[in-house]
Design a protein around this ligand. Structure first.
Ligand code: GDD
Ligand code: MG
Length: 367
């Protein structure tokens, strides 16, 4: 089996983190987003990474995983962004070299990745393609315009209409960005910038060749800070349900006062700190005396000083939060940010290498 992972795009919505690393390499629960996909693609021996942006970084970080996972990774580099469909045509030689179906994945989603179920479902209906749909995440009150929406023929898996980012509510089953196709789909796509959602799916739906399979369990696009935090909570709850050994054991960590917490073994946490629920502490982080962390992510090397408070926020690589400071309301600190002592940040998005010595009370970007 083969898979193509779409790892292009500039990841602008995940700034300031994507100013340091391309989106697929940003850590999620202490592992690059894309490695979650690679690890779950059991049985897939050949992965094509469709890249258009900073390919050197991507290649240098990911090449080493070929050996670790016993797979072949081919980097398919676009000269200009080819969108979400063009990269399939560019990799035609690999994807179309035999009759076997192949997976195509957006790189910025988290879920339980039921790939073998998707393949079995696809093989059973005999159509050209199947996409996974996540039911009910988008309700009438949510923004319908963030996702692709799937409308099936009543009582069937056949998709009747696919509407990318509808302006008005059309339905609540959204495209999860996880597909499997027969190689014949390549006859529909040329090597030029093309959107699979706006151009290829509507045509496949008209031909009654596109099916949808409902995704059970959690799902989230983690390509923006607010959703990245929500996705982290969902993923941590999933680990808890699995009784995963990755979670911090409150019996061993005095600081862990609630569930859904990961603490990297190299992190140094003061026992008088209070951590949880829904916290990821990355490698080489330090958390000082009496610090309080909930619903937040600390990336590698972050330092939370004594009595600081961090909630619903992401603390970037090697950043510092000073003593008695409060960082909350979806604040995101980029790489190497220094928040001085006794500063309050609410919804601040701070670019790398900045030093912050006065409070910010409204959502804003610090450049
Ligand atoms: N190689 C390559 N080239 N990849 C690209 C390009 C490109 O030009 N443009 C985007 N991508 C990749 C992104 O890295 C991401 O993995 C994927 O294609 C989807 O792009 P996003 O920019 O994240 O799209 P979205 O989140 O607005 O919407 C898509 O995902 C939703 C689910 O997460 C659509 O597929 C929606 O229909 C879907 O509901
Ligand atoms: Mg996305």
């Amino acid at each position: 089996l083969k898979a193509l992972i779409l790892v292009g795009g500039f990841g602008t919505r995940l700034r300031p983190l994507t100013l340091t690393y391309p989106k697929p390499l940003v850590p999620f629960a202490n592992k690059a987003i894309i490695l979650h996909l690679v690890e779950n693609l059991a049985g897939v021996k050949h992965i094509v990474l469709a890249v258009n942006y900073r390919p050197e970084v991507m290649i240098s970080v990911l090449k080493k995983y070929e050996e670790q996972y016993g797979i072949t990774i081919t980097f398919s580099v676009e000269n200009e962004p080819l969108g979400t469909a063009g990269p399939l045509a560019l990799a035609r030689d690999i994807l179309g070299k035999d009759d076997a179906p192949f997976f195509v994945l957006n790189s910025d989603v988290t879920c339980s990745y039921p790939f073998s179920e998707l393949r079995d479902f696809h093989m059973a209906h005999g159509g050209e393609g199947t996409l996974m749909a996540s039911p009910s995440r988008v309700t009438k009150v949510d923004e319908p315009s963030k996702y692709g929406v799937v409308l099936t023929v009543p009582g069937q898996s056949t998709i009747d209409r696919f509407v990318e980012k509808p302006k008005e509510y059309v339905g609540n089953r959204i495209n999860a960005g996880i597909y499997i196709f027969n190689p014949s789909v390549l006859n529909r796509i040329e090597v030029k910038p093309t959107s699979i959602e706006s151009e290829v799916f509507p045509a496949m739906a008209r031909d009654r060749q596109l099916h949808s399979m409902d995704l059970e369990g959690f799902w989230m696009d983690i390509g923006q800070p607010k959703d990245y935090l929500t996705g982290t909570c969902l993923y941590l709850s999933y680990l808890t349900a699995q009784k995963s050994a990755e979670l911090a054991d409150p019996a061993k960590h005095d600081a862990v006062t609630a569930g859904n917490v990961i603490i990297h073994p190299t992190a140094k946490v003061d026992p008088t700190a209070s951590i949880g629920p829904n916290v990821v502490v990355g490698p080489n982080c330090t958390v000082g005396k009496g610090a309080r962390l909930s619903r937040c992510v600390l990336l590698e090397g972050a330092r939370i000083k004594d009595h600081a408070f961090v909630q619903s926020s992401i603390i970037g690589w090697s950043s510092t939060v000073g003593k008695w400071s409060r960082v909350e309301q979806c604040s995101v600190l980029g790489d190497d940010v220094n928040v001085k002592d006794e500063v309050f940040l609410a919804g601040a998005s701070v670019l790398p290498h900045k030093s912050i010595s006065s409070s910010i009370f409204e959502p804003s970007i610090v450049m």
